[in-house]
Write a protein that binds this ligand. Structure first.
Ligand SMILES: Cc1cc2nc3c(=O)[nH]c(=O)nc-3n(C[C@H](O)[C@H](O)[C@H](O)COP(=O)(O)OP(=O)(O)OC[C@H]3O[C@@H](n4cnc5c(N)ncnc54)[C@H](O)[C@@H]3O)c2cc1C
Length: 472
């Protein structure tokens, strides 16, 4: 994005930022600053929001000052963690942005098997810190995603089947509330707030620090994983086999299903570059002397184009897609949960996945069975514990001229697939234009309780730049 100096909006001119600046260690960036355009950009280049000011918070005191200032001056408040949200919910027009990017320290306690993580960390920061001790906290499938947004929405990743969602491993959170006070929420303090933070998104306050449980994985943090890819024409057979096989596998092995175009770059063999494919990205975190036995059914099935299973540090698998999907691409996605993958759903995938509109566009099914499905649906705000999958249809391309093409493909695919779904979507996979009924559907039986917690902790809906749950 260019760094041209732009004119202040009326909102920005009216804000008494001179009252805020002396209270901060971080910088206040306004439309007059040369870095404004760079700082307002988020991961999805389709998002073009113009906030009134961005505060690069250095510590909790900075966050408190911003929250109090926004409440006092009635300014919309946006919280930016990793900036990965596809709907662009880390930034908003005319808002004061609490930018947490400079709050990124981590502290591991290897004996207690915990990690304390600042609110602006991305998962690469956490993996780096914990895998050094042979441990990991369940997170997602891409290391550049923010800890803040991913955790507060639930957190689905390679370790979900074995150790549960990210929120199932959250031990406590330091939260700046709408009145500027700071509380520690855990099972025994502000337990209603803690319950709501476990999936309810950024509705309840700014989390300045998370403490997570960590788990030993693989051998000293080295796992066995990678892709096994098949021709796209094999999709019905591969998907049908995968839906039967996965629940029968030990929970040390997980794998997400994808439809994709094989990237035209190493390590993929040149004769496969640009070929449409489907397959599973596997991750085995058990003892290595059992790896061959556990992975045997995976190696033996069908006629794969490529079997890329290797021992590697968990950090390598976690960051395997970061290069392919750098910040600054156009993104539009649509999503739903699936309790099962029906034959009808497979037929929809067969038709639409064959028409991936661009090389980056893809469709993923992420398993949420195993340990995640043994938690009661009302035990945390995350409501879909039926042991199925979180699906997401992802239109991506570097060229803004293709924004409509990728969006229409994702919407058409979703339209046909939605009748085969469990009804609602993972809140972190909603776009910002899907409406309140989709947010309700994401929480189903937990929605009313979330609205009550919202009323108790944020009665004026100060925190509304999110998948909003208005106070009940
Ligand atoms: C390429 C890509 C891969 C992804 N992979 C996965 C995956 O494998 N598993 C998965 O579960 N999800 C995944 N997601 C979805 C991801 O969880 C959401 O996009 C999430 O919102 C990103 O969090 P963030 O902090 O980076 O986002 P931001 O855009 O910074 O924020 C998103 C929302 O969270 C709020 N928020 C962020 N940090 C805080 C905080 N500290 N306190 C209070 N509120 C906060 C913001 O206000 C905003 O409403 C992926 C997204 C992308 C783009």
């Amino acid at each position: 994005m260019s760094t041209t100096i732009t004119r202040p909006t009326s909102t920005q001119r009216d804000l008494p930022l001179e009252q805020l600046r002396p209270l901060l260690r971080g910088a206040v960036i306004t439309p007059c600053d040369p870095s404004y355009d760079e700082m307002r950009a988020v991961y999805n280049a389709m998002i073009d929001k113009r906030p009134a000011a961005i505060v690069t918070c250095r510590d909790t005191a900075d966050v408190v000052a911003c929250v109090r200032f926004a409440a006092e001056h009635d300014v919309p408040l946006a919280i930016r963690g990793g900036g990965h949200n596809a709907g662009g919910l880390g930034v908003a027009d005319d808002a004061l942005v609490v930018d947490l990017r400079e709050m990124r320290s981590t502290t591991v306690d290897p004996a207690a098997r915990t990690v304390r993580v600042d609110g602006g960390c991305v998962w690469a920061d956490v993996d780096h810190a914990t895998v050094a001790f042979g441990m990991a906290t369940p997170s997602g499938f891409i290391a550049s995603t923010g800890v803040g947004g991913l955790t507060l929405g639930g957190g689905i990743g390679y370790l979900t089947r074995r150790f549960g969602l990210t929120v199932d491993n959250l031990l406590s959170a330091d939260v700046v509330l709408a009145d500027g006070s700071l509380v520690v929420a855990d099972e025994s303090h502000h337990s209603d707030l803690f319950w709501a933070l476990q999936g309810g998104g950024g509705n309840f306050g700014v989390v300045t620090s998370f403490t997570f449980r960590t788990h030993p994985i693989g051998e000293a943090g080295t796992i066995v994983g990678g892709p096994v890819l098949y021709d796209i024409a094999d999709l019905p057979a591969v998907m049908g086999w995968y839906r039967e096989l996965l629940p029968s596998l030990p929970e040390e092995l997980s794998g997400w299903f994808g439809a994709l175009t094989i990237p035209p770059a190493p390590p993929f063999p040149e004769d496969l570059w640009g070929r449409k494919a489907c397959g599973i990205i596997w991750c085995y975190t058990g003892p290595h002397d059992r790896a061959d036995e556990v992975l045997a059914p995976v190696r033996e099935f069908g006629n794969p184009l490529l079997v890329g299973l290797h021992a590697m540090p968990f950090t390598t698998l976690q960051s395997a897609f970061d290069g392919l999907y750098p910040a600054g691409l156009q993104w539009y996605w649509r999503a739903d949960f699936f309790d099962e993958i029906t034959d009808g759903a497979i037929e929809v995938h067969r038709q639409h996945a064959a028409m991936l509109p661009t090389g980056h566009s893809t469709m993923h099914l992420y398993p949420i069975g195993g340990a995640a499905s043994r938690v009661e649906e009302s035990a945390t705000a995350f409501a879909y514990r039926g042991g199925g999958w979180a699906g997401v249809i992802v239109g991506v391309d570097p060229d803004p001229a293709n924004a409509e093409v990728i969006s229409e493909w994702a919407k058409d695919y979703w339209q046909d697939l939605h009748p085969h779904s469990a009804g609602g979507a993972y809140v972190n996979f909603l776009m910002d234009d899907e409406g309140g009924s989709r947010v309700r559907a994401a929480y189903r039986g937990n929605y009313e309780r979330l609205a009550q917690v919202k009323a108790a902790y944020d009665p004026t809906n100060l925190f509304h730049v999110n998948q909003n749950i208005p106070p009940g």
